[in-house]
Each structure stands twice: as C-alpha cells, then as structure tokens.
Design a binder for this molecule. Sequence first.
Ligand code: SF4
Length: 328
Amino acid sequence: MPEPLLKIEHLGIEFHTRRGTLVAVDDISFDVLPGKVFGIVGESGAGKSLTGQAIIGLLEPPGRIGAGRIFLNDQRIDQLPYHQMRRIRGKKIGMIFQDPLTSLNPLYTVGKQLVETILTHSEMTPNQAHQHTIALLDEVGIPAAEKRIGHYPHQFSGGMRQRVVIALALCVSPSLIIADEPTTALDVSIQAQIIALLKGLCKEHDTAVILITHDMGVIAEISDRVAVMYAGRLVEVGEVRDIVKNPKHPYSQGLMGSIPSLHHKSEELTQIEGTMPGLMEIPPGCAFHPRCPHAFDRCRQRRPGLIDTKPSKVACWLFENEDRSGNT
Ligand code: SF4
C-alpha cells in the first residue's frame, strides 16, 4: 500500500455564533492515496464542501478548523500562513468548482488565464507556456484549440467551460485536485462526458482527486474509495466496489437506492424520508436516527463510532458485534 498523499486526522470545523459554537464537521479522518479518486458523498448540508474548503485553506469566516490536522505529503498544511497556502493551492492542489465561472475571469481570454497560471508556477518560457496551453486545451477536448485559446469564457458553452477549468486545474501538474460538484450545473448528457474526461486525465497524469458530490451514481462511476457523510460525520468509508455492492449504513443504503440503473425502473427508486438536520438541530445519539427505519433506543442516546466491519468501516450500532479491528 503506497503512503497516503493526503491525511485528514480528526478534522473538526466549527462556526462561532452569538448563540454558541456550531459544529459543522465533527471528528472525521480519512486518507487519499496518490493517483486515486476519493469520493465524498452526502446530501446538501452534510459538510462535504466545508471539508474540501478546509483542505485548500479557503474556509469562509466565521467557519474555522476547530480540531484535527491535515497533512499533504507529510507536511502539515492546516496551520500554514496565507501566502504559503496560496502557493500550495496553485502548485500542488488544483480546484474545480460547480460553476466554471467561479474559476475563470470573464475579462481575460482563456489562453491568457492558462498561460499566466503556468508562468506563475513553473519554469516555462512564455512560448512554452503558450504551446503547453494549446496542448492542454486539445487534451481536454476543446476543438480548434489554437483558435479557441483567444476566446473569452462567455464564448464557450457550460460543458466546454468546465473542460477549460479542468485544463486550468491540471496545467501545473498538481498531485491533488478537489472537484466540488463538477457536473451538477451541466446538462445530464454532458455530465457523463465530463466525468469520463476527469477520470481519464487524472489516471494519465497520475493526479489524485477528491470528488465531492451528492450523487452516488457519479461516485460509483469514477471513485476508488468513498466516504459517506451525514450531518458533519463520517458514517461509512471504504472501497467503492464494496459499498456499492453491499452498503451497510442505512443512510448509504438510502443513497444507493436513489441511483437509476438498468435493473431499477425509475418508479422503483427509493427516497430517504425526511431531511438532513440543520447545524442547530443535530439530534443526540446517532444523527440519522429520526430518519432511520432500524433505529432503536440506544441510537437515540449514544453516538456510534466507526466500527471496522471489514472491508468497510461503519458508524452504526447494528454492527456493534462485527468489529474486526482487533480492538476489544
Ligand atoms: Fe440507524 Fe441506529 Fe444505525 Fe443510526 S445507529 S443508522 S439510527 S440503526
């Protein structure tokens, strides 16, 4: 097993408000291996995007890291000063957001934005950066790249703009890309193309990806490992093939039930009853208990920790007797 590229240890994210401290991400730990796709999945409000923002040092105040540590290649990065973190964001961690216009400046041609990013973070000459930009645009599937390099973001369709953003994220060969809902704003027909592109390019460039999405179908398509989040907590983590085949946590089962497939007609898709609690309404015990069809007394009183059920880890009292971690 290779050394992890990224290590998250007991990360907590909190918001100080006049009504007290609200915990939005609560004691989560996971590793991301080099060149692999790690999915984080859950409904809106689960804490997925905040986790991504904490990793790249872009948490918006009053949000802050209240606990835990983040390591990139064994270097602790959660306490770095702003200018150092900015350098890491440019060179070692790339970003792809839901809306491509978050990453692209509407006032500059896409070529200028790519060339300037390459020049800032590499030793290339302007001519080399120009040629590299054309090659990258070509690689991400922009037709007539030599001509399109001089076009502005508004001259591209949504799908083509997201391809440009992928080129921008890859242009300095980062070891990690954080992709936050990269296909949610796109037409369904374009979504599959962008996912396939991201998957192929990251494999080719040996770039690890943290893929943040509410869509278990996208996770099943592209990820190697997955963490399922609910109300700021990790409820299941493991290899995608294991969790897709045999989701153990009742919330993971609910997410799996919402994926359309050849075997499910759309009317057979299941929905999880109820909604994710807000930060001020997280119930005691297992946060999922008000929505869980299997809840029993202990679920309402005590919070389950992650239980190593091999191959996945699950935070659910139903698996209490299946702990195979060797812990007693
Ligand atoms: Fe359901 Fe209880 Fe498991 Fe929570 S701990 S998911 S409420 S069975």
